[in-house]
Design a protein around this ligand. Structure first.
Ligand SMILES: Cc1cc2nc3c(=O)[nH]c(=O)nc-3n(C[C@H](O)[C@H](O)[C@H](O)COP(=O)(O)OP(=O)(O)OC[C@H]3O[C@@H](n4cnc5c(N)ncnc54)[C@H](O)[C@@H]3O)c2cc1C
Length: 648
């Protein structure tokens, strides 16, 4: 029996290895043979999409009739190079829409209204779709300012226009979706302006359209990182990181983006530009004297904060991460006496101002890491494991479940084919035990990864071993990965978990609607059984991954969204989950933010008084509701129902 299993494992590994080699060879072939059939077919498709048509008034077809892209556009450069090589058909007379005519003359960047361009931005990674009327790629902050002024001008002409910012579009809440103007930052406003050292820490000044992966390449040149980077680090950009107040695998030790945001350059709702940063009492008083929108914002916001200080402090979420609502509790810092509006811009999803530049402080990453991996066959011991491991101060404490691991094994060749041959082979071989587990049905229910960082390899390893020793009496299967290379496979599965779900399950859509709640970890013993009992009442397949050390769970059900009964579950289950989360002092969202999917639940979380203060904040910054309407303030359950995708 065991011999047979061993043979099966060897054969499977051989097949997996062949698949890597095939993937890698195909990649090399594709890169080095641009004239091959693959590119020809692709060019043909793009020529068809790109051919200018006589554009009439954009009579908006219902979004469901159009085929939305399945993928967030991640590396547009590749397509651009290909598109420019395509022969340009003879121009035909183009009739632009009134909105285009109002906006385009003011913009030095690009303004697009073709169906193909608009469709590209009709999705993020949420459950929703909205078709923008106009796509604007601003060149710089002045362009953004002109865009906002022109949008106000269009309003004056009776057009119902708004402006929604978009960086990389990986948002899971519907945050960057709009049926009006979308301003896309990744095309031009994508430069890291400076990286340097100030006192004992580093800093970087960046435009919003810089992908995190590129940002980190620059900061690492000076041995710094932004430790709040999200799991979507390869596909998301700095504008989204700041405006969602993102967190990630190192948030347990380092906190979220708001902690690192020193200054933001913004365009306000009247099109004026300013910088928000910490001000002392004298500077605040001077700002309040300004006869401008900025002056009015300072005057009214400081009055709002001081008049409602008790209500605001009472509403402060008592979890280690929160992106729900506006962070009114962070604007005034009683310790330093400063007043900092950058704190409320962080996480505001572009509803208060558009960010054109951000200054972030950076930290020096520790050089060495070791990981303790704990395999749980049921969720019962989880609370105790977390309680025992947290005192050893892991830098990260993450998890993923059996469904995620099965998907990773199933789609391993695909997952690894994006890597170089050597790395893919090394990683592929390191997965042999997991392949064995999948074959024998021995996959654990939950895999916990506690990573310890330190100045030397010995110290990091010692901490991981001490944490393991603390679990000895529980007799759980554990493993130690002595360094980052040994831990890499666990990180790959954890980071890829949501992407795996999105790509590979035909007919079922990875549906983020209870994807990001947070509870204090010491409530697990009571919270988890209640949550399990509730989820057990629904016939759902779902994966669980998340930041277990922060109490932040990513539960992603797989659903057939074309069925009305699935959509009904989404609206029925979410408030029930939040009832339990809030009963234990939690938050509806730790990092993915409110967007379309959670804005209507803000009253459930904060109560009416706080929601009124959020609405007042929005009115102070954006009296005409020109920025990203329906997110944070004014979003309804009907919006959730209306904008939800109906097909994949
Ligand atoms: C696989 C996967 C894993 C993820 N893991 C995490 C995680 O670990 N932690 C986490 O926090 N999130 C995570 N996310 C969600 C998302 O990737 C992050 O929140 C990310 O920071 C969003 O960046 P983006 O550039 O894609 O933003 P976008 O989706 O473009 O925008 C996000 C929000 O910010 C606003 N915005 C963007 N640019 C600007 C600007 N210049 N001015 C004003 N507003 C702006 C948008 O309007 C929108 O509301 C994950 C998503 C995926 C798909």
């Amino acid at each position: 029996m065991y011999a047979l299993l061993a043979y099966l494992i060897i054969i499977l590994c051989f097949v997996v290895l062949l698949a890597f080699i095939y993937g890698a060879v195909r990649e090399v072939w594709r890169t080095h043979h641009p004239g091959e059939r693959f590119w020809k077919q692709r060019e043909k498709k793009e020529r068809v999409q790109k051919a200018p048509k006589a554009i009439k008034e954009p009579k908006m077809k219902p979004v469901k009739e159009r085929k939305a892209p399945r993928e967030v556009p991640v590396r547009p450069q590749v397509n651009r190079a290909r598109i420019s090589a395509a022969p340009v058909p003879v121009a035909v007379s183009i009739q632009h829409t009134p909105l285009y005519k109002m906006i385009q003359p003011h913009i030095t960047g690009d303004v697009e209204e073709s169906s193909a361009e608009r469709t590209k931005y009709s999705r993020d990674t949420s459950l929703f779709t909205k078709m923008p009327q106009l796509v604007v790629y601003p060149k710089d902050a002045n362009d953004v300012s002109e865009l906002v002024k022109a949008a106000n001008g269009a309003r004056a002409h009776g057009m119902n226009v708004s402006v929604t910012a978009r960086s990389a579009g990986t948002d899971m809440s519907g945050g960057p979706l709009t049926d009006s103007i979308v301003a896309v930052f990744t095309k031009y406003m994508n430069k890291v302006i400076a990286v340097g050292t100030e006192g004992d820490h580093g800093y970087a000044v960046t435009e919003p359209g810089v992908f995190y992966r590129d940002f980190e390449k620059e900061t690492l040149k000076q041995d710094f990182i932004l430790p709040s980077y999200p799991a979507s680090r390869e596909i998301c950009a700095m504008g989204g990181i700041v405006n969602n107040n993102s967190g990630g695998e190192r948030t347990l030790e380092y906190g979220k983006t708001a902690r690192y945001l020193e200054e933001v350059d913004v365009v306000l709702s009247d099109g004026t530009q300013t910088t928000f940063k910490a001000l002392n009492a004298r500077e605040l008083a001077a700002k309040q004297q300004l006869p401008t929108l900025e002056g009015s914002i300072y005057k009214r916001m400081s009055a709002l904060i001081s008049t409602n200080a008790k209500t605001i402090e009472k509403a402060r979420p008592h979890v280690t991460k929160n992106s729900a609502g506006y962070a009114l509790w962070d604007i005034h810092d009683p310790k330093t006496g400063t007043f900092n509006l950058a704190k409320v811009i962080c996480g505001a999803q572009g509803t208060l101002a558009l960010v054109t530049k951000a200054k972030l402080s950076l930290v020096k990453p520790q050089k060495h890491r070791a990981m303790l991996i704990v395999f749980l066959t049921s969720l019962d011991p989880l609370p105790q494991v977390v309680k025992k491991v947290l005192p050893f101060n892991p830098e990260s404490f993450e998890s993923y479940d059996d469904h995620t691991l099965k998907l990773a094994v199933q789609f391993m060749p695909q997952m690894l084919s994006q890597m170089g041959l050597v790395r893919a082979t090394r990683l592929g071989l390191s997965f042999i035990p997991e392949v064995g587990m999948a074959i024998t049905g021995g996959i654990p229910k939950l895999i916990l990864m506690a990573e310890f960082s330190d100045e030397t390899a010995e110290r990091a390893l010692k901490r991981a071993e001490d944490a393991r020793a603390s679990l000895a009496s529980m007799k759980l299967p554990t493993r130690i990965a002595k360094n980052e290379q040994a831990a890499e496979k666990y990180w790959i599965v954890r980071r890829e978990s949501f992407a795996l779900l999105r790509k590979n399950l035909k007919g079922l859509y990875a549906s983020p609607f209870i994807d990001d709640f947070v509870v204090p970890p010491d409530t697990y013993p009571k919270f988890l059984p209640e949550l399990n009992a509730l989820l057990g009442k629904y016939d759902l397949i779902y994966t669980i991954a998340g930041h277990i050390g922060n109490g932040n769970f990513h539960i992603i059900p797989l659903m057939d969204v074309s069925k009305p009964e699935s959509r009904k579950i989404i609206l029925e289950l979410a408030p029930k989950v939040y009832d339990i989360v809030l009963k234990y002092g939690g938050s509806t969202t730790g990092e993915h933010n409110d967007g379309i999917i959670r804005t209507p639940y803000l009253t459930q979380m904060f109560g009416q008084d706080m929601v009124s203060l959020f609405a007042e904040t929005k009115r102070i910054f954006d009296p005409e509701n020109i920025f990203n309407p329906g997110k944070k303030v004014g979003g309804t359950f009907e919006d959730i129902e209306k904008d939800m995708i109906r097909s994949m």
